[in-house]
Design a protein around this ligand. Structure first.
Ligand code: PLP
Length: 369
């Protein structure tokens, strides 16, 4: 049996007509940029997150960069961010002119240590926080929000991996200045290419995001600042709109698959399934387990059985060469270093069949460690 880590071909096969209809509508009306489908997507996603303003952009990375610019990050401004995430969570800070201050993680949910974030905000050591919701569940931000508000520190939620996740029943973004979503094809709702969106609570921030996404254009061909060209193509918006109709069905299927994996792993003492924090709903964007011994051997064992797996992430961000000479560290970073040596992600997508899920579970059980 061959089970690749991702299978967008199967998603397309299952929904061919819906996706092709979306494409045909856009190609027929011909407004390939900034058309109604983009406005529809902004309304849909704004409602989904219960946020008043949504601005579609070219990628989740651009959403982060534009959000930091719209929130007034100054050149050299310091922004706290976890050291365990996709590179864009931190490279966006550099793109926006800032300096990432990397924070070590806690080893239950693998997200930035809240006490360290709080201390950075309280002691005035950072101008902003990029809070990353990792693998499909949310981090806790209530104390950080309260402290950041007092001190004029911005909080951006990187919800690239958390569309559909909630904490105490509330979606990402409720108390932050901006929240960034990715429609990268690997995400639970992905474009057929890149795509992203920034959510804002305040109208003037949303207006600033809109100007920044298109060359600083303030209307009437007047460009009030140097902006970007980061428009989400209409055809991508139309496809994402079609996929959003399946969000709940796909989320429930992911949950069922994750349940089967977790049940299997609970009987395997040398592998720890992902923990769900109390109060969270996890959407399992990634199913990242902790292999106490023999992570690479398990990856090879799965590969030999035709099962793709992946490591999220194989190197702490503060060690990535792209940040050399341009970052600060908050703490000794020992937990993140260890985590990168033990984490392994299993394939998880709604199109996995029951027999494929069983096969993955049986293959896990057959691993001797
Ligand atoms: C946590 C996180 N932040 C940011 C991004 C960047 O999003 P994009 O690939 O849409 O630029 C991604 C994923 O790709 C991500 O997983």
């Amino acid at each position: 049996m061959q089970i690749p880590f991702m299978r967008l071909d199967r998603q397309f096969a299952n929904h061919r007509q819906e996706f092709m209809d979306a494409v045909e509508t856009v190609f027929t009306h011909g407004k390939v940029l900034q058309a109604q489908e983009v406005a529809d997507l902004e309304a849909l996603v704004g409602d989904f997150f219960a946020m008043p303003h949504a601005v579609a952009v070219g990628s989740g990375t651009d959403a982060l960069i534009l959000a930091m610019k719209a929130l007034g990050l100054k050149p050299g401004g310091r922004v706290a961010v976890t050291s365990l995430s996709f590179v864009a969570s931190a490279s966006a800070i550099v793109h926006a002119g800032g300096v990432p201050v990397f924070v070590d993680i806690e080893d239950d949910y693998f997200m930035a240590r809240e006490d360290v974030l709080l201390d950075l905000v309280q002691s005035g050591k950072v101008d902003g926080v990029v809070a990353v919701h990792l693998y499909g569940q949310m981090t806790e931000l209530s104390e950080i929000h309260a402290e950041a508000k007092k001190r004029g520190v911005f909080v951006i939620e990187d919800a690239a991996q958390a569309l559909g996740a909630t904490r105490h029943g509330i979606a990402p973004g409720a108390h932050s200045d901006c929240t960034c979503v990715s429609f990268d094809p690997t995400k639970v709702i992905g474009a057929q290419g890149s795509g992203g969106l920034a959510l804002a609570r305040e109208h003037h921030i949303a207006e600033h995001l809109r100007r920044l996404r298109y060359h600083g254009h303030a209307g009437q061909r007047v460009y009030t600042e140097i902006g970007h060209n980061s428009q989400l193509p209409t055809v991508q918006a139309a496809i994402i709109n079609a996929k959003l109709k399946h969000e709940e069905e796909w989320r429930l299927r992911r949950l069922a698959i994750a349940g089967a994996f977790t049940e299997t792993l609970q009987r395997m003492p040398h592998i720890r399934p992902p923990k769900v924090r109390q109060g969270n709903t996890h959407i399992y964007h990634k199913y990242a387990m902790t292999v106490k011994q023999g992570r690479d051997a398990l990856a090879l064992h799965l590969k030999n059985r035709g099962i793709g797996s992946s490591v999220h992430y194989s190197m702490p961000l503060h060690e990535q060469p792209c940040f050399a000479g341009n970052h600060e560290l908050a703490g000794d970073m020992s937990v993140v270093k260890k985590a990168t040596q033990h984490l392994l992600s299993l394939p998880i997508y709604p199109e996995l069949t029951d027999s494929e899920v069983n096969y993955i579970c049986e293959s896990l059980k057959a691993f001797q460690g």
